[in-house]
Ligand binder design. Structure first.
Ligand SMILES: NC(=O)c1ccc[n+]([C@@H]2O[C@H](COP(=O)([O-])OP(=O)(O)OC[C@H]3O[C@@H](n4cnc5c(N)ncnc54)[C@H](OP(=O)(O)O)[C@@H]3O)[C@@H](O)[C@H]2O)c1
Length: 326
């Protein structure tokens, strides 16, 4: 089969399209003929050696995907050849070969039937970001309806967080550097969208929310923005730290946490066990159904243009960047 191969850690620029033997399913696994795969920033982090993974090389990246079952391993009775399945976040593309290939072997405990109302390209990139958003929103227990602020709101995790937060009846404030994407985020239900490069953004958020403050911040960006995010929080405010697209926080004063008794916690979607992922996925689908929301696709790229797809992801997408494999 054809696959995008990473020969060693370094850069996604070193990925090459090559030929490798088809995977064979181990007991408890199924092989999917991949129709669509989706990109995540962590694919790049892994290629650059910034992600805690120990794959064997050449490695195949890609954590999200959808395809038809073409073979099943011993003991598999929950799927059969011809069934279309979606991959929930698992070790696929991390420590075992991923979806940037014509075929991928997946433990069946991480496969689910795609929702009938979503086209394949829309479903392909949904699991990882919605599961992440779900963990970020529920990391502190089920919060009563309040205010959720999302940095990097236009990205995969950002859009998923916005949609799920709205379905949980939270008011949402989004951050985006781009006016066109900001308008789209308002159309998706954000009550306010501000530009993190506007020196007045914290004041604007506080004025908009008065007398409320932010109850939960979902931070995909990190960097210098983090301290400003902290300023928007109210009493007992929380931050779910998801990503750090802008790098480390240059300077942080723990005193910022004292007076409002703020809490900061890390999110790791990979920490969901397969059964927890399936339970969270069922809840996610129910929430999206209630609000008639569905995944947003930024762009679909041909299989041989994976590097261009990564360039689009780096520019800052609106929703998911998808790869058409077959
Ligand atoms: N902890 C976990 O389990 C977990 C799971 C999934 C993802 N992540 C991480 O979470 C982060 C977001 O993932 P994603 O899939 O949503 O990424 P994404 O699709 O690339 O979107 C991120 C968005 O953030 C904004 N952004 C990018 N760089 C920025 C910068 N330097 N300053 C301010 N805004 C910036 C962009 O929006 P605008 O252009 O509109 O400003 C972009 O659309 C990544 O770091 C990813 O690795 C972590």
């Amino acid at each position: 089969m054809k696959a995008w191969l990473l020969d060693s850690l370094g850069s996604i620029e070193n990925l090459r399209l090559g030929e490798v033997p088809d995977p064979t399913p181990a007991p408890g696994e199924a092989v999917l003929d991949v129709e669509y795969a989706a990109l995540n920033p962590a694919d790049r982090y892994l290629a650059e050696g910034q992600y805690p993974a120990k794959p064997t090389f050449p490695h195949i990246l890609g954590r999200d995907g959808i395809g038809a079952v073409s073979a099943v391993g011993q003991g598999v009775i929950t799927v059969k050849p011809g069934d279309r399945r979606l991959i929930l976040r698992s070790d696929v593309g991390v420590n075992r070969p991923g979806t940037f290939a014509q075929r991928v072997a997946v433990p069946v405990e991480s496969l689910v039937a795609p929702p009938a109302r979503w086209p394949a390209q829309q479903a392909a990139g949904a699991p990882l970001v919605y599961l992440t958003a779900h963990q970020a929103l529920t990391n502190w227990g089920d919060l009563p309806p309040g205010v959720v602020l999302i940095t990097g709101a236009s990205g995969g995790v950002g859009v998923a967080s916005l949609q799920l937060a709205r379905a949980m009846l939270h008011k949402v404030v989004g951050l985006s550097r781009d006016p066109i994407k900001s308008q789209k985020l308002s159309d998706l239900g954000a009550s306010l969208v501000v530009d993190p490069n506007d020196g007045q953004w914290v004041r604007k958020v506080k004025e908009h929310l008065k007398p409320q403050r932010v109850d939960l911040a979902i931070d995909n960006v990190g960097g210098a923005l983090f301290n400003q995010v902290i300023e928007t929080l109210g009493e007992h405010g929380r931050v779910s730290c998801v990503g750090r697209l802008a790098g480390p926080v240059p300077e942080f004063n723990t005193a910022a946490l004292f007076f409002r008794r703020l809490r900061i916690g890390g999110i790791m979607v990979g920490a969901y066990a397969p059964a927890e992922s399936r339970a969270a996925w069922d809840r996610i689908l129910a929430l999206l159904d209630e609000t008639d929301a569905a995944p947003i696709v930024d762009s679909v790229h041909p299989f041989d243009q994976l590097k261009q797809a990564f360039a689009q992801l780096a520019r800052g997408p609106m929703g998911k960047v998808v790869l058409k494999v077959s």
